[in-house]
Design a protein around this ligand. Structure first.
Ligand SMILES: [Zn+2]
Ligand SMILES: [Zn+2]
Length: 282
């Protein structure tokens, strides 16, 4: 998967260009590549397109504004998916629900397991979305929930769903570890395997077992969480990712990185590079 062209900030048809690029196969574009505390980049948010169908993965607080500067309305995606409930990933979700309901008069299609749907609604969204002018909303009043099928419980929970010709495998990750339990996490977080070819870890600690638990035969490109500074607590650090073997490293574009990126040279260290915002990968 190579970067093919930049969608410049002045572009007014960003999503259209991506849709066109996706006619010849999977096309990806990051609306943001930064960490939760980055100031030079917006929080990591990934647009996936195939055969003109679009999926937005995560929408942190500043992403609605960034999309707008690229001529994209938050309600324009065919599907949405949220990897976990930190604000740099779901900060724009309340706006998506309320704007879609009151202005666009439609319900966005959100891919979420039953368990995560309940976590999202009860722990994050109800505060701003539950009460309406005459009664209360349930999550299902504001969104069409697409539930993936659970296909494995161990050694790692997996969920699968097919949307618009894209086969998505959601895999549980260990982003916030649960004390005394290194095998999993009570905190809900997932990564994404797209068509068996592109792996997006979303936020995770360093967890090389991911590459054993998933079928990696066809994986060409990995977009991996990367924290540039030490110590690493809830993310994979650059130095930890350096310990992966050469073949794996050569497929990895680093995402979710902080502002110190200029002093790093990922290609010199065997990585594919830093993922760049508003570049189409095809
Ligand atoms: Zn994050
Ligand atoms: Zn996070």
């Amino acid at each position: 998967m190579k970067a093919i062209k930049n969608i410049h900030a002045s572009t007014t048809d960003g999503l259209q260009r991506l849709r066109e690029a996706s006619q010849s196969g999977l096309a990806l574009c990051f609306a943001g590549v930064g960490s939760a505390f980055a100031r030079q980049n917006d929080p990591t948010s990934l647009i996936v397109a195939k055969d003109g169908v679009t999926l937005l993965v995560d929408m942190g607080t500043t992403i609605p504004r960034v999309l707008a500067t690229h001529g994209i309305g938050i309600g324009e995606f065919d599907y949405y998916h949220f990897t976990h409930s930190h604000a740099d990933h779901i900060g724009g979700l309340e706006e998506l629900l309320l704007f879609s309901h009151y202005v666009l008069k439609k319900a966005p299609r959100i891919i979420a397991s039953e368990e995560y749907k309940n976590i999202l609604w009860n722990q994050s969204l109800r505060g701003g979305c539950e009460y309406r002018e005459n009664g209360v909303f349930q999550f299902e009043d504001l969104a069409e929930i697409i539930m993936p099928e659970q296909t494995a419980t161990s050694p790692r929970e997996l969920f699968e769903v097919e949307i618009g010709g894209m086969r998505l495998i959601l895999f549980r990750t260990v982003h916030i570890p649960t004390e005394g339990d290194n095998s999993g996490s009570k905190f809900w977080s997932t990564g994404l395997l797209i068509d068996g070819r592109v792996l997006f870890t979303a936020d995770t600690r360093f967890d090389p077992l991911i590459f054993e638990h998933l079928s990696m035969d066809k994986v060409e490109t990995i977009f991996h969480d990367c924290q540039l500074h030490e110590p690493n607590v809830v993310h994979a650090s650059y130095s930890q990712l350096m310990t992966l073997d050469e073949t794996l490293r050569s497929k990895i574009y680093l995402t979710h990185y902080g502002d110190a990126f200029q002093v790093f040279d990922p290609p010199a260290d065997g990585f594919a590079g830093f993922a760049q915002p508003w570049v189409i990968y095809q």
